[in-house]
Design a protein around this ligand. Structure first.
Ligand SMILES: C[S@@+](CC[C@H](N)C(=O)[O-])C[C@H]1O[C@@H](n2cnc3c(N)ncnc32)[C@H](O)[C@@H]1O
Length: 421
């Protein structure tokens, strides 16, 4: 019997969760930086309003660009996030640490001064990474090196991170990277924009949002609420047993985004990693994840892997690896949650090589194995979340809808609400 049928009494398919016409997805500091598959804040907000208890500690083991943490702080709750991606860590840090408006009133003047002191005859160093010359034309590369140098000379850590996030978000537009593509791909005909213009626009936008969020938190007396992001694996958070009240998370999808590849420009510019191959292995849900030898405690997962193995053994192994890794994450979530506490997961099912990957049903089974029970399953139509909805039929990677034979994925997503027994 499928998990979906068995649980029909807890299923809910409601427009209430589609959030059409609700507040912008760029409210507060949410819009600082692009990030693939980020939550829409409205989901997190509604989950917090429904499941947070007094003086609650909220944890997101796959924090990404920090949507859960920003929403937790805006609602007045303590939160801790984890991610293996240093770009995610940098973005989140900046989004949860607002800067007091009075402290840098002349920020835009400072930036203007940087621009006027730029000497195009001088060479500004970024790093020795050979891929920098592949992605950037000399003029833009030099200006980015200059901005990086100026930012590193700022003697305030919070402001430095804020400006780095701004620079990070303009790297793709300043490079030969095919615009709006999540695949690392050059656009030979691209009209590349001026990094200084892009940076100025970006910082103005971010500063306005920083001020709005700062003033909101200040009015509510929430500026000093604990909010932490750690560069750490979701399978080993280091938190104490039975210490967390609420988990709100969206795990990586099975073999979809290559976060390491997508964020490589920021990685090279800020020296987050030198070896892309090694870096990729840390991520769950990618083709390059570290292979783990373990059993999956779920018949549905084993069946899915067997169906895939008939089509392609390598992809089958990736999917098996994904579910084994998720099993380990679930064990960690169980360890850190207090008895009776809630875990909310937002997940999408997908299709690879004509085989449906029922990720939501498999995660429900794995959660049950770990003594969670499913309280509710809400299925929502994706209306605002900006994720590609088509995959390449062979590789399974995200692709443009115009690509021949591309396959539609994640038209819906599931919000799964579990309780720890
Ligand atoms: C779907 S995204 C989460 C997006 C997030 N909800 C947001 O709003 O930005 C999944 C995240 O899992 C992270 N990730 C992948 N493997 C991980 C691991 N082993 N431990 C912690 N985070 C990991 C990725 O870097 C990515 O940021």
């Amino acid at each position: 019997m499928s998990v979906a049928v068995e649980n029909s009494k807890v299923n809910e398919c409601s427009d209430e969760w589609s959030f059409a016409g609700h507040r912008s997805i760029d409210s507060y500091t949410h819009g600082y930086h692009r990030y693939p598959a980020k939550f829409i804040p409205q989901i997190v907000s509604k989950l917090i309003e429904t499941y947070a208890t007094e003086d609650c500690l909220i944890v997101d083991p796959f924090a990404g660009c920090g949507t859960t943490l920003v929403e937790a702080k805006s609602h007045g709750y303590r939160s801790i996030g984890f991610d293996v991606n240093p770009v995610a860590e940098m973005i989140t840090k900046s989004k949860i640490t607002t800067i007091a408006p009075g402290s840098h009133q002349n920020l835009l003047e400072i930036i203007q001064e940087w621009f006027s002191n730029y000497n195009e005859e001088e060479k500004y160093y970024i790093s020795d990474h050979p891929r920098l010359n592949y992605w950037f034309c000399p003029e833009q590369k030099n200006k980015i090196g200059y901005l990086k140098k100026c930012i590193e000379e700022v003697d305030n850590k919070e402001l430095e991170t804020f400006l780095k996030v701004g620079l990070s978000n303009i790297l793709k537009t300043s490079s030969r990277w095919l615009q709006d593509s999540t695949k690392p791909q050059i656009d030979p005909k691209k009209q590349i924009k001026d990094p200084f213009n892009l940076f100025e626009y970006q910082i103005k936008k971010m500063w306005k949002k920083n001020m709005e969020f700062h003033s909101y938190l200040s009015k509510k007396n929430r500026l000093d609420i604990q909010s932490e992001i750690h560069l750490r694996d979701a399978r080993d958070t280091g938190l104490e047993n039975d210490s967390v009240d609420l988990v709100i998370t969206s795990p990586p999808y099975a073999t979809s985004y290559e976060y390491a590849d997508i964020h490589q420009l920021s990685g090279y510019v800020f020296n987050f990693f030198s070896d892309l191959r090694e870096f990729r292995k840390k991520f769950i849900g990618t083709f390059y994840s570290e292979k783990i030898e373990a059993e999956i405690n779920c018949l549905l997962a084993s069946d899915t892997v067997s169906q895939l193995a008939v089509k392609n053994k390598k992809i089958a192994k990736e999917i098996e690896n994904y579910f084994i890794s998720m099993q380990q994450v679930i064990q960690e979530i169980h360890r850190i949650l207090k008895p009776g506490a809630t875990c909310c997961m937002v997940v999408g099912d997908s299709k690879l090589r004509e085989v449906t990957i029922p990720t939501s049903d498999i995660l429900i089974s794995l959660m049950r194995e770990e003594s969670f029970y499913l309280e509710k399953r809400i299925t929502r139509n994706i209306s605002l979340k900006q994720i590609p909805t088509t995959r390449h039929p062979i590789s399974g990677r995200f692709t443009s809808p115009s690509e021949l034979n591309s396959v539609k994925v994640y038209p819906k997503e599931h919000i799964l609400i579990f309780k720890k027994r």
